[in-house]
Design a protein around this ligand. Sequence first.
Ligand SMILES: O=C1O[C@H]([C@@H](O)CO)C(O)=C1O
Length: 578
Amino acid sequence: MIEPMQCTGYLMRLLALYHIISFISFSRAEARIRHYKWEVNYGFQSPDRYKKLAITINGRTPGPKILAQQGDTIVVELKNNLFTENVAIHWHGIRQIGTPWSDGAGGVTQCPIQPGESFIYKFVVDRAGTYIYHGHYGMQREAGLYGSIIVSLPNGVSEPFSYDSDRTILLNDWFHKGTDEQVIGLSSIPFVFVGEPQSLLINGRGKYNCSLLNTPSSEPGLCNATNPECSPYVLTVVPGKIYRLRLGSLTALSALSFEIEDHEMTVVEADGSYVEPFVTRNLYIYSGETYSVLVKAKQNSSRNYWISANVVSRKPSTPTGLAIFNYYPNHPQKPPKTLPPAGPLWNDTKSRLAQSLAFKARQGFINTPPLSSDRVIVLLNTQNKIDGYYKWSLNNLSFTYPTTPYLIALKNNLTDAFDRRPPPDRYDFANYDIYSVAKNVNATYSNRIYRLKFNSTVDIILQNANTMTLNHSETHPWHLHGHEFWVLGYGLGKYNMSSDWRKYNLFNPIMKNTVPLHPYGWTALRFRADNPGVWAFHCHIESHFYMGMTVVFEEGIDKVGKLPSSIMGCGETRNPYI
Ligand SMILES: O=C1O[C@H]([C@@H](O)CO)C(O)=C1O
């Protein structure tokens, strides 16, 4: 005999079960496969009026935007049409859970794609947010191989803030020298640095002053000041509406300050996670970072405003990057009569540090970090010479690639593929002066990697130091593949192992995949080594990455599924029996 109360209980449970089942099947039905066919080509482009050989996807730079919904599977069928160069594309911010071979880190997770060949990247976008993709072989990002990935929430789930419309804004710095020339300069004696960029691009558009070309060009149209392709990017807004601007920086070198003249921005998202909203006039954005900011258009405006990007942290010699914040119904191309925002002082490290420290996870969305870690790896970032060549090193090791990608070498236990000795977890704290020009005479090339205990909690302390130039330390944006990490703290000076952990924010730290290391400063991160695979962790400045500023982590290699044969074909993987 069923009592009425009991009956209601059964009914309630049945109803709950029904909801769960329908939710699961509903979500399943929602997940879609998004199929893209991309051709990577070299093409002459004039994004800032100056004609340069750029790398394009389907004829464009930036490449196509990937628009997806959380849980979707992205399939990118990529054909490498570069006649003489390999390619690999990294999906920056996508963790590749269960698909470490799709991470696109050439030499780490796959053999790069050879000219004329095709490769299929297939992965799930498991978290809503703003992400980017870019070339991850040589220095191809610098040549224009990049784009955005926008992942929306599942149906029925809403953001914890409201807006009327969203727009994506990709920021980049642009160099007129070709990639090959840059790469060769960096690998030469005497060393030739890439120098400062000629212009800054906003959504692939910039404005180089053609009269600066000091030799009259023999090539007609090399720099065409009236090229209509080079009109600035225009963001048209309707008075009173709220816009979510999804920002991403793909710069090869520059840290930027982003501003909209005479408007405040409310920062709400960083690298795919919600942050406690804060209002600012300028947002510092480092290469590899993404943000969402909300901007409320004024109630009415009879004029347009500037959108601007300025170089910070290096002495700028690049003009402000400009776009137009166009108030409907003003003419979209009408430039404001006002001077563009000059941006903060380029060397105001304190204000950059203060903004880094201002970020907190959004209430209601706090993912609390483990209160302690199982391992602390301290990485001292130094510039030094090895055999006369300029390099960047971590604890005196400057990264070089093995010919066989780590993922394949480890999965197949190819013991000779790279140096199996573990790299050091520490540098010589007692004897290293981070403020002096140290010679680091023991610095060597290395392809050694950090092997992490699966599911352990790992702390990384990034320690900055003086470069080889007196009184000079640079900003390095560090990017971790395959994870997001908690940003526990930042500080200036030498990290003190016995006391600085007390400064950590263990209550509401933000989670990110890219974070700045400020000049002469330290940055502390924590992550869980819970994603089976092999993951690069590196400075996102393309020339620094090229010059060895990388480490590699392995975790749970025994849990990685069967590797697709398409990632093989180089080094020891030419063996068809693997
Ligand atoms: O790696 C770099 O080299 C130069 C300079 O330090 C030496 O020319 C520079 O500014 C870098 O960021």
